[in-house]
Ligand binder design. Structure first.
Ligand code: AMO
Length: 434
């Protein structure tokens, strides 16, 4: 007989084998209960003294919480039990005994702080809620792939050991590379543009991103999963925003369809976006000012402003998302294209979901001389970035793209307080373990 998952069992399943972890153990004089947990749910194992062998009845006393057991038993209808059935065992195999006490309470009875949970993450991940969270993350990952695949984008994997980046140098982690200096990749920016110039035209990458930022916020990590895409022959940045809109619609509708049961554990209602408002940042500053939040001309939106903006667009446009467009050149990297008649602006945008930035994108400057001049304005010498500069010298179409944080997508989708809950083993300025 093969082991069955708890979710596959019905009250008339007859004889079954189930296996998993001992979630609860209740021992009374004449009856003993085990709540067994596997990746699909919980089931009650009941041992009435009169119905099981003495040997088996006594064996249960040696079990501890979180031990792994295999139960061979008979399913019985039981209205009062959690799934409408319980299992009376004929045999139980103790596969792996857990030491007691367990260093982290995962019963949900005692609330553990996030730091302890992360210290004992493999135990923390055993909860059904975390199981659901990572199923949703896994399905999100798949939805991204399905979406880009359906549009005939090519999946790329670019180097994570690099000689330099094009974003801010302050964010680079330096590593020793034999007798040279190297850096962990802070963005696939150079390479995704390179692959457009290589003739792939439409590329995407889901991969690790490293940022040496000493930020202690609920939305920053030093290592996260980036979802990047880049495409050639665009009309302007609006082509990129159109693709993003389609991606979000696809992700959210897939999760709603495929993770209905899992979503219930998070008490969130996912709304598939229709048309996401695209509002110039200058307009947004005015909207914020009307609500008493002043953002000076050349400043970025801070966390408070993003949150307030989230509320404003919800109220005004009934949208959880908003594209903040046309950022000033002073606030953007040198490679963002400037609009024809606005030398202070850029063809760029940020995407904000329920008050938090989840993506940054733009049309890139593909005309070498203009790019070089823009670099100069920002103190970037393109001649010193030979590999990047070369992309634009031998035939490069107009192009644009965006970078998302997958962890932020999951955080916003499930309304998680801290981004660290959205990935398995987070890294921050202090945390390097487990
Ligand atoms: P940017 O630096 O804005 O843009 O990063 C893109 C997106 O990545 C996520 N993100 C982070 N997530 C967690 N922790 C962090 N420390 C962190 N930093 C960034 C955010 C952010 O919106 N090359 C450009 C993208 C492009 O133009 O295509 C870039 O990297 O969700």
């Amino acid at each position: 007989m093969e082991r069955k998952y708890i979710s596959e069992i019905k009250s008339d399943s007859g004889k079954v084998i189930v296996g998993g972890w001992v979630s609860e153990l209740r021992i009374f004089g004449g009856i003993k209960f085990i709540v067994l947990r596997d990746r699909t749910g919980l089931a009650q194992i009941v041992l009435p003294k009169k119905e099981v062998s003495k040997e088996l009845f006594d064996l249960v006393d040696s079990f501890s919480k979180e031990s792994v057991i295999l139960v061979h038993g008979l399913v019985k209808k039981a209205e009062q039990a959690m799934n409408g059935f319980e299992i009376v065992p004929e045999k139980i195999e103790l596969i792996s005994k857990a030491e007691a006490p367990i260093p982290l309470d995962i019963s949900g009875k005692i609330e553990s702080d996030l730091s302890s949970r992360l210290d004992w993450r493999f135990l923390d991940l055993r909860t059904l809620k975390n199981n659901a969270l990572f199923k949703i993350r896994s399905k999100t990952f798949k939805a991204v792939i399905d979406y880009f695949d359906s549009l005939d984008f090519t999946a790329i994997q670019t180097p994570k050991i690099t000689s330099a980046g094009v974003e801010s140098g302050a964010e680079l982690f330096e590593i020793k590379y034999f007798d040279k200096k190297a850096f962990l990749s802070q963005s696939p920016q150079i390479y995704k543009q390179m692959m457009v110039a290589a003739g792939f035209e439409k590329v995407y990458e889901i991969g690790p991103i490293f940022r040496a930022e000493k930020s202690h916020t609920t939305r920053h990590l030093t290592e996260f999963t980036g979802v990047d895409f880049e495409m050639g022959f665009i009309k302007d940045e609006s082509t990129v925003m159109d693709i993003i809109e389609g991606m979000l619609k696809h992700i959210i509708s897939s999760i709603k369809k495929e993770c209905e049961k899992e979503l219930k554990l998070f008490e969130v209602e996912l709304i598939v976006p229709t048309k996401i408002p695209r509002i110039p940042i200058q307009e947004i500053r005015k909207m914020l000012k009307e609500k008493g939040k002043i953002i000076p001309e050349n400043d970025d939106l801070d966390a408070e402003a993003e949150e307030l903006l989230g509320k404003i667009v919800k109220e005004k446009f009934n949208s959880e998302f908003v594209f903040a467009t046309n950022y000033p050149f002073t606030k953007r990297p040198f490679y963002h294209m400037k609009p024809e008649n606005d030398s202070n602006g850029t063809r760029s945008f940020d995407l904000i979901w329920n008050g938090v930035e989840i993506a940054t994108g733009a049309q890139r400057e593909h005309r070498y001389e203009i790019l070089k001049a823009q670099g100069k304005e920002k103190g970037v010498n393109l001649d010193e970035m030979k590999d990047y500069a070369a992309i634009f010298k031998y035939g490069c179409p107009p192009h644009g793209g965006v970078g998302f944080g997958l962890d932020r997508i999951v955080q916003r989708m499930l309304k998680l307080e801290n981004i660290k809950e959205a990935l398995l083993l987070p890294r921050d300025p202090e945390r390097l373990n487990p």
